[in-house]
Design a protein around this ligand. Sequence first.
Ligand SMILES: CC(C)(COP(=O)(O)OP(=O)(O)OC[C@H]1O[C@@H](n2cnc3c(N)ncnc32)[C@H](O)[C@@H]1OP(=O)(O)O)[C@@H](O)C(=O)NCCC(=O)NCCS
Length: 186
Amino acid sequence: MPPGDASESAHTRQTTQVRGKQAFEAVEPTFDSPRISDGPAMWDIAANAGALDVNSRYAYLLWCRDFADTTVVARDADDRLAGFLTGYRRPQAPDTFFTWQVAVGDGHRRRGLARRMLDHVVGALRPQGVRFVEATVTPDNKASIRLFESFAEANDATMRVDVLFSERELGSGHEPELLHRIGPLD
Ligand SMILES: CC(C)(COP(=O)(O)OP(=O)(O)OC[C@H]1O[C@@H](n2cnc3c(N)ncnc32)[C@H](O)[C@@H]1OP(=O)(O)O)[C@@H](O)C(=O)NCCC(=O)NCCS
């Protein structure tokens, strides 16, 4: 994805309200496209996320090389990776952005990071004709389901849910992967 706008290009210190309860000083993360050197940290976050199919390090390195334009990483104040969202435009349906994996490091969760990464990448792709967002989620992944519901609500878009890959196809006791398809976006 193209680099973020000027407001995202520098770390800014600001007061953040967390769920209306507590105000605290926080350093805002920055969002940009991954570099190949981000691959190992992406692999680390995926391996520690708990709910992801972890791919090889090679896969993350290759992703950073070839799909950087449709991938976003969030960096903390120390320039360490706080989270990532990988995705691509479907070759047969380029109006559709498929979210492959999204993960946020433990210490950064529930602060809107995943939502902002999704907003960031989809916002950059909308001018290129993207009108639908897809992701597969297993039925027990409440955080991920809520993430995509929240995105659909904010965009006043409908979300359809269908089985994409069944337990039989995935094997090894893997839960089914339910396709969440959001859109059309205005
Ligand atoms: C799913 C995940 C990426 C969410 O990241 P996050 O930065 O904590 O999410 P956000 O803070 O942006 O929250 C997005 C929405 O989900 C909700 N949410 C987040 N975590 C939640 C949880 N554990 N339970 C219920 N809702 C949750 C938030 O309240 C928010 O909803 P809202 O807009 O109504 O307030 C993170 O939990 C994670 O890395 N999980 C492990 C990896 C994974 O399962 N990835 C998804 C499959 S590819």
